[in-house]
Design a binder for this molecule. Structure first.
Ligand code: 2P0
Length: 351
């Protein structure tokens, strides 16, 4: 009996224009488009192995060695069902292909970074899950087609199927068929841009993104202004800035959007706080750093952004990485040694 097994990995992505709010919670259709940078280093990835075998009793998944419940109609079950459906279509076209769509699967996934610490673990996890099933089933699907399925696992996962600069277009079809990720530019288009991750805390966050964003949709008047007016203009402006490799504009829009995302969290009833005092102190350091740069060169040198947690991600051109690492270590002497500050990422404990 042949062994049917595939292993793939997917990286974390960090949004510059944030996804926050669903118009359809079952299909995971967002209230606004979003845009992210996929981080391309080895130490921030989910790696997933999938195996199909007729002797398995049922579909089973282990996350970091612990079995997860695959609830009927839940996100995991939906992704597995959709992938099996694509495989069954392929089997209809190729009658000789083994009937893998009828076999139960065992799926084993590992994250090499803290789960649920605002480092988009679900994004990498569902992207790796979908990619590994696509490899197991030898599907001819494009990353955009797979993104439609990964999106139903976790919205932001759809963006981790591409490297580089990625937009998730919200789409308008009620069935979600046009709510997909697309590549804005590959990583090689702008290799100079680096991301520095400052781990302020690796505790599990207090309010999950899924419940937090729906509370925002239900209660925040500011969200309506954000999704109707602000984000559509920013999506276009930041895509243009990326294409033109215009770091100053990219930085300005990224920081504004992080700030507005946290503003709509504060505008939620009851309010949601993801940043803490250390997060805000890092904002102050980067703001001052940019003030001096603007005075001397007229352009910003760094951009902070924060997701649903207190950890900072700082985007900057490579030439500034050393200076920023020194600055962070000076202001936060408790910072652990940076793991690899001069490659794409430094990861520092500054909490
Ligand atoms: C983002 N975040 O665009 C935004 C910014 C957090 C802040 O996507 O309910 O874990 O699984 O679709 O994808 C977090 O939301 O939520 C997120 P679900 P998800 O990266």
């Amino acid at each position: 009996m042949p062994i049917y097994q595939a292993t793939t990995s997917a990286p974390v992505n960090i949004a510059c224009i944030k996804y926050w709010g669903k118009r359809d919670t079952k299909l995971i259709l967002p209230t606004n488009s979003s845009l992210s940078v996929t981080l391309d280093q080895d130490h921030l990835r989910a790696t997933t192995t999938s195996r199909a075998d007729p002797s398995f009793e049922k579909d089973t998944l282990w996350l970091n060695g612990k079995e997860e419940v695959i609830a009927d109609g839940g996100r995991l079950a939906t992704c597995i069902r959709e992938m099996k459906y694509l495989r069954s279509q392929l089997e209809q076209q190729k009658p000789d292909a083994p009937k893998l769509s009828t076999f139960p699967v065992h799926i084993c996934s590992f994250n090499n970074f803290p789960t649920a610490a605002g480092l988009a673990s679900s994004a990498a996890g569902f992207a790796a899950l979908v990619a590994s099933l696509a490899a197991l089933y030898e599907l001819p699907a494009t990353p955009s087609e797979l993104s439609r399925i990964a999106r139903q696992g976790s919205g932001s996962a759809c963006r981790s199927l591409f490297g580089g600069f990625v937009a998730w277009e919200m789409g308008s079809a009620p069935d979600g068929s046009d709510s997909l990720a697309i590549e804005i530019a590959p990583r090689e288009h702008w290799p100079d841009i680096h991301a520095l991750i400052c781990v302020v805390s690796d505790d599990k966050k207090g309010t999950s993104s899924t419940s937090g964003m729906q509370r925002t949709v239900e209660t925040s008047p500011l969200l309506q202004h954000r999704i109707g007016t602000v984000v559509p203009a920013r999506m276009k402006a930041i895509s243009d800035a990326i294409r033109a490799r215009d770091f100053d504009t990219f930085a300005s829009l990224t920081m504004q959007d992080s700030n507005q995302f946290h503003a709509v969290c504060l505008d939620t009833d009851p309010p949601i706080f993801y940043m803490n005092d250390v997060s805000r102190a890092i904002i102050a350091v980067i703001t001052e750093y940019n003030r001096i740069a603007l005075e001397t060169t007229g352009k910003r040198k760094a951009a902070y952004t924060y997701d649903a947690g207190p950890n900072a991600v700082i985007y900057t051109p490579k030439e500034n990485v050393r200076e920023i690492v020194e600055l962070i270590v000076r202001y936060f002497p408790q910072a652990e040694k940076f793991k690899d500050p001069f490659s794409l990422f430094g990861v520092a404990g500054v909490g």
